[in-house]
Ligand binder design. Structure first.
Ligand code: FAD
Length: 321
């Protein structure tokens, strides 16, 4: 018996969500009186997987087959389900992402496991197996019981603290048996989105709205984001007007994010925008209208003209280095 955690990588390095998921998985394993095994697929930089021992993994499986360097959903689902069977895993854990959204449900189907997505709590295991989930874009919670013997959980990102445990883990080679059918849909190429920091993964996000007047002023957002090591985002009308690419649009109809810091510049704070950002840990709002609704959701607010305020903040952040 074990708890299996699928860990995602980006260009060979573990994503932050991998550490979060392994930490969580180790706690679930402890609750169930078993151990946590992490699983990585495809190329991973040397020394990366060993780190997972310090976050609670007792063992790390690595399928280094180069065909798995591409994130092929069918093949990933097949490999993860085989690892779960090999390890006798009672619980399989993912961190929610565009990749795991496709993979986790397929793994659940293969294992005939019940699945819960957007999980935001450790399971309550006294009378069953109940997890709290964030639903309706964070406006409500559901307590969901999984009654099947095997369970698949997909965690809401940036929800759980990442703690070092001081442990170590052996990395073992894992060789799933994969057929051509597993690779029926191949990834032909991956184009990197703009910006150095990926928005769904970002711990800090600087976001701009219609208050910035036009795309020619986006250097304000980009300069502050660069100084903070943050990703850039925008409101819907901004991407609708092609000031910014659609993959930067956050909100009800865009990406949902929960960074540690969200800075909203010239964004009014409409409910549809808040739906995508209101689980950010700290929200800073810069708006020249003191009545802007966003101030009600803000931890810190600056009433002022973005064109005056933001360059000063950027300079102050740069001066910290
Ligand atoms: P505005 O509402 O025009 O606000 C601009 C703000 O900038 C104002 O508060 C103004 O005071 C401030 N400002 C102006 N000049 C300055 C200055 N110089 N300095 C500082 N502040 C300044 N929106 C989303 O963002 N994401 C979504 O996913 C989304 N989904 C939607 C789904 C539906 C079904 C619908 C109906 C709407 C959706 N919307 C969404 C749109 C949403 O309702 C708002 O219209 C939108 O969020 C407003 O964008 P904004 O704040 O950039 O622009």
């Amino acid at each position: 018996m074990s708890v299996l955690i699928f860990v995602e990588t980006d260009e060979g390095a573990l994503k932050k969500s991998a550490f979060e998921a392994v930490n969580y998985g180790a706690k679930v394993a402890q609750q169930l009186g078993t151990s946590a095994t992490a699983l990585a697929l495809g190329a991973v930089n040397g020394g990366e997987l060993e780190k997972l021992g310090n976050y609670g993994a007792a063992k790390v499986l690595h399928a280094a087959d180069e065909k798995l360097n591409e994130p092929v959903i069918q093949a990933y689902a097949s490999a993860i389900a085989q690892a779960a069977e090999q390890e006798g895993s009672q619980v399989v854990i993912f961190s929610k992402s565009s990749l795991s959204d496709g993979v986790a449900s397929r793994v659940a189907a293969r294992l005939q496991a019940g699945m819960a997505a957007n999980v935001i709590s450790l399971p309550e295991t006294s009378g069953g197996f109940v997890v709290k989930r964030s639903i309706f874009t964070g406006k409500a919670f559901a307590n969901s019981e999984i009654t099947t013997e095997k369970k698949v959980l997909s965690l809401k990102k940036n929800t759980f603290a990442i703690e070092e445990t001081g442990g170590s883990a052996a990395v073992e080679a894992f060789s799933p048996s994969l057929s051509d059918a597993d690779f029926a849909v191949r990834v032909k190429g991956v184009e990197k989105a703009t910006g150095d920091v990926l928005l769904p993964e970002a711990e800090r996000v600087v976001s701009g709205g219609r208050g910035l007047k036009g795309p020619e002023n986006w250097n304000l957002v980009e300069d502050l984001a660069k100084a903070l090591g943050a990703a850039t985002a925008c409101s819907k009308p901004v991407s609708d007007a092609d000031w910014r690419p659609h993959h930067e649009h956050v909100g009800q109809t865009g990406i949902k994010i929960s960074p540690n810091l969200y800075i909203a510049i010239g964004i009014s704070g409409a409910i549809q925008h808040l739906a995508g950002v209101n689980s950010s840990k700290v929200i800073v709002v810069i708006n020249k209208d003191p009545e802007a609704p966003f101030f009600k959701a803000a931890d810190y607010g600056i009433v002022g003209d973005a064109f005056e305020v933001v360059p000063k903040i950027t300079e102050a952040v740069k001066a910290l280095d």
